[in-house]
Structure formats: structure tokens, C-alpha cells
Write a protein that binds this ligand. Structure first.
Ligand code: PBG
Length: 334
């Protein structure tokens, strides 16, 4: 008879399967648990809509009317998630070269922030995307110089104005996503200057120029021609991502983010290792769309894939995850 000795297993025998034997044992030794409180739901609010409009490439997601937005906020409270990240989708007539609807108190995003902070501000952390791309006629994240390049420092002033308008509307967290140099410092100074020392910044620190944002561009009716490669990062650059996170931390950000999430887990793990502040990861529109598309074909199981994808992002080091799955999936079921 073959015994363990015949196989040269060291004694005492290491048998990791002992701890996998029953659901109760597996639950006891589970290293990574995803709590709904860690999840942030991104929500799109469209200007002047009377009905929510479905986003074709993001099944189950909508550009919301102000009414349907209120219902979503209530669902988010019910689901016990941590927060919402708000995006505004203005009408074409509200867009201009500067993106001035971004700091207009009556602009679509600032109105949405006011509604959310009044309705659910005690139960959820109300966050807003601080960026101009939804509001500019050309679709870039900043203002353009005559030669068509995005003007970094001129853009910072506009981000500062937008962040102050968002704080005034009631945002607890502003979230600069434009990848301009110095954006955290500019926004912190502007908020403090207006008496909003209490509002936090979640910086999209390492945001890559990713093809996975494709469905989002549909969601916000993006007018962008070309790409964002002069401000978002090259997907292959790891060292640079750490520098970006370090700079944002030096500039005083309260939280950092890596985006996209699932294909950047190495970057996420290393940012989590160096960061003294909480780390977020954004499971972006393309990640959501791919999982849905494969599940619709019956090629993967939706529920289990969602759970595994979120568990992996948390295992890699995310303290919180922005995900379109936050509302209708309970990540603890797997
Ligand atoms: C820019 C912004 C983008 C996303 C979040 N903020 C798009 C971009 O950089 O082109 C993408 C989110 C997603 O794909 O889910 N305001």
C-alpha cells in the first residue's frame, strides 16, 4: 500500500484540504469578505429627462431622470452600500468649450448632488465626479489651448470652481478624475478657501487610458474625438502609477483610486502597500459590460462571476470598490 511516506510528503503532513471540507469551515477561514458598505454605486443623471433612458452597452444601467434618481438613492440606502458616485449628463445645448455647466448651481450634476445630499446624505456618502468631459463641447477633461492640447494649469482653475460648486451643493466627497497635474492641491486650496475644510477628496490617482471606458462614453453621450493619452496613463506603466499616487498623497488627497480595477490588480496591490490613506478601485463600464455579455450568452454564471471579480479586487488591496454591480448583487453570496 502506498503511504504518505512513499510520496515523500514531509511530516507532519500539510493537508490544506482539511480547511476546505465543509461550507462552515470554508466560511470560518475565508480571508477576504466583501461588505456592501465598501461598495460605491456610480449613477448617471441626465438633464431634463422625464423618463430614465437605458444604456444599451450596460444592461440594467440608466441615465436617470430626477424622479428615477430619487428611487435609486432609496434603493442604495436599502441595499446598505457605502456611497454613490454621481455623474451628470447635460444636454448638448448646455455644453461649451469651457464646460461652464460644471460650476453652475443649476447644472445637471450640481442639482443631482443637492437632491442626493438632502435625501440620503446621512445614510450614504454622496460623491461627485469632478471633471469637465461631460460638460465640454469637445469632450476633453479640460480646456484646450489653440493648438488643441489640454491646458493643464488653466484647467485647474476650472476644477477648483467645479469642486466648490459641488461642495456647496452638498457633496461630502469630490472626486477629480481628469488626471491633470496638481489637481488635488488646487481643489484642496479652493475648498479650504471657501470654508469647505470638512469635504474630502477621492483622487483618481492612477487612471489609465483604457479601452474599458467604452460603454461609459455611451452612457454620458461623450462628444470626444480622439483620445485622452496626453493626460491618462499608458496601460503598461506601473512605476508611474505609484508616482501619481504619491503625488496625490503629498498634495493632501484623503483617498486614492486605481482605475480600471480588474486588469490592474498589480498596480492596485502596490498602491495599497504604499498608501497611508484608503484605497479605492473602480470596476469600470467595460468590465461590467463584458461580464454581462458573457453571462447573457450563458457562457459564465453572472452571480458567481460578479462575486469573484469583486472579491479579487478587495483581495488585491482595495478598501472600497466603485462598481455598477453595487445595487442589485449581494457580493456575499457565492
Ligand atoms: C471621466 C470619467 C470616465 C470614467 C469615469 N470618469 C471616462 C473617461 O475617462 O473617459 C469611466 C468610468 C467607466 O468606464 O465606468 N469623467
Amino acid at each position: 500500500m502506498k503511504t504518505a511516506e512513499n510520496f515523500d510528503l514531509p511530516a507532519p503532513y500539510r493537508r490544506p484540504r482539511r480547511l476546505r471540507a465543509t461550507p462552515a469551515m470554508r466560511a470560518l477561514v475565508s480571508e477576504t469578505r466583501v461588505n456592501p458598505r465598501q461598495l460605491i454605486y456610480p449613477v448617471f443623471v441626465g438633464e431634463g429627462l422625464s423618463e430614465p433612458q437605458p444604456i444599451a452597452s450596460m444592461p440594467g444601467q440608466f441615465r436617470h431622470s430626477e424622479e428615477s434618481f430619487k428611487a435609486i438613492l432609496d434603493q442604495a440606502v436599502q441595499a446598505g452600500i457605502g456611497g454613490v458616485m454621481l455623474f451628470g449628463v447635460p444636454d448638448d445645448v448646455s455644453k461649451d468649450a469651457q464646460g461652464s455647466a460644471a460650476w453652475d448651481a443649476n447644472g445637471v450634476l450640481n442639482r443631482a448632488i443637492s437632491i442626493a445630499s438632502a435625501r440620503v446624505g446621512d445614510e450614504l456618502v454622496v460623491m461627485a465626479d469632478t471633471c469637465l468631459d461631460e460638460f465640454t463641447s469637445h469632450g476633453h477633461c479640460g480646456v484646450l489651448r489653440d493648438d488643441g492640447v489640454v491646458d493643464n494649469d488653466a484647467t485647474l482653475e476650472l476644477y477648483a470652481a467645479q469642486a466648490v460648486a459641488q461642495a456647496r451643493a452638498g457633496a461630502a466627497v469630490v472626486s477629480p478624475s481628469g488626471m491633470m497635474d496638481g489637481q488635488v492641491a488646487a481643489i484642496r486650496a479652493a475648498l479650504d478657501g471657501e470654508g469647505f475644510e470638512d469635504r474630502a477628496i477621492l483622487a483618481y490617482s492612477a487612471k489609465f487610458a483604457s479601452a474599458f471606458y467604452g460603454p461609459f462614453r455611451e452612457a454620458v453621450s461623450s462628444t470626444l474625438q480622439g483620445d485622452r493619452k496626453t493626460y491618462q496613463q499608458d496601460p503598461g506603466n506601473h512605476r508611474e502609477a505609484l508616482l501619481e499616487a504619491e503625488l496625490d498623497i503629498e498634495e493632501g488627497t484623503d483617498m486614492v483610486m486605481v482605475k480600471p480595477a480588474g486588469y490592474y490588480l498589480d498596480v492596485l496591490a502596490d498602491v495599497a502597500a504604499l498608501s497611508p490613506v484608503p484605497v479605492a478601485a473602480y470596476q469600470v463600464s467595460g468590465e461590467y459590460a463584458m461580464i454581462h455579455a458573457a453571462a447573457e450568452k450563458g457562457w459564465i454564471d453572472l452571480e458567481r462571476t460578479v462575486s469573484e471579480s469583486l472579491t479579487s479586487i478587495v483581495r488585491a488591496g482595495a478598501d472600497m470598490v466603485l462598481t455598477y454591480f453595487a445595487l442589485n448583487r449581494n457580493p456575499q453570496t457565492s
